[in-house]
Design a protein around this ligand. Structure first.
Ligand code: 5RP
Length: 226
């Protein structure tokens, strides 16, 4: 068992009969979905909502029942990966481009469980490029405004020779902030920027962090407010 699998499988233990569950996106969330799928095959009854088209496809492959948002007000828990995790359990997410749906699902969950291998644990956020999701309309102006304000490199994410398009039809700019000293303040500033749909800073959202190690062991850290 590798570190990502260890974290994903451990987090899947939080899922109980009758729960509504948010399913994350990425190579670590893959293992959580796989393990939940195995438990569904063994008789676990849950309903789930996925944070990306790819994760929904994976869930359906495992016969995990998928619901629409209109069917529930909140979720019992969500399990998702992260690109960086700091000591306060603040995160950078969105390396896989699913940050908007991931944040919607995480914030609607009574418990948000972050799963990551130990390489994702950092003393300060910011070495990983911060994904910022932009509305396509006039995105050049939004990008210029961000560059002027922060004076750090921004790159429009590319795919197949064109701009990367999210599941929500938006673009992503990846910003090289370097060490982010006040993630909460940056989060608020970006959120207040016209043309920015969402960004990958998740501050004060995670309730539980499960770190997986290469020997298959895991560490669990919790906030007190679950
Ligand atoms: C996708 C994400 C992922 O959770 C994040 O990129 C981590 O991915 P992985 O588990 O593959 O390292 O935020 O938008």
């Amino acid at each position: 068992m590798n570190a990502k699998q260890a974290a994903g499988y451990r987090a899947a233990e939080w899922v109980k009969d009758g729960m509504t569950v948010g399913l994350g996106t990425g190579s670590t969330a893959y293992y959580a979905i796989e393990r939940i799928g195995q438990r569904v095959a063994e008789g676990l009854r849950i309903r789930a909502i996925a944070t990306s088209n790819a994760s929904e496809e994976l869930a359906l492959k495992y016969h995990i029942p998928i619901i629409q948002a209109a069917e529930v007000d909140r979720l019992d828990l969500a399990i998702d990966g992260a690109d960086e995790v700091d000591p306060q359990m603040a995160l950078i997410k969105g390396g896989g481009g699913a940050l908007l749906r991931e944040k919607l699902v995480a914030k609607a969950s009574d418990r948000f469980i972050v799963i990551a291998d130990s390489n994702k644990v950092v003393p300060h956020l910011g070495a990983f490029k911060l994904p910022i999701e932009l509305v396509p309309f006039c995105y050049e102006w939004t990008l210029k405004g961000l560059k002027d304000r922060y004076n750090v490199p921004f790159e429009m994410r590319q795919r197949d020779g064109g701009l990367y398009v999210t599941d929500n039809g938006n673009y992503i700019a990846d910003a090289s902030f370097g060490q982010i000293n006040d993630p909460g303040r940056l989060s608020d500033e970006l959120k207040a920027t016209t043309g920015v749909v969402e960004h990958g800073l998740f501050v004060g959202i995670a309730h539980t962090v499960v770190i997986g190690h290469e020997d298959g062991s895991t560490d669990v850290k919790e906030t007190t407010d679950v």
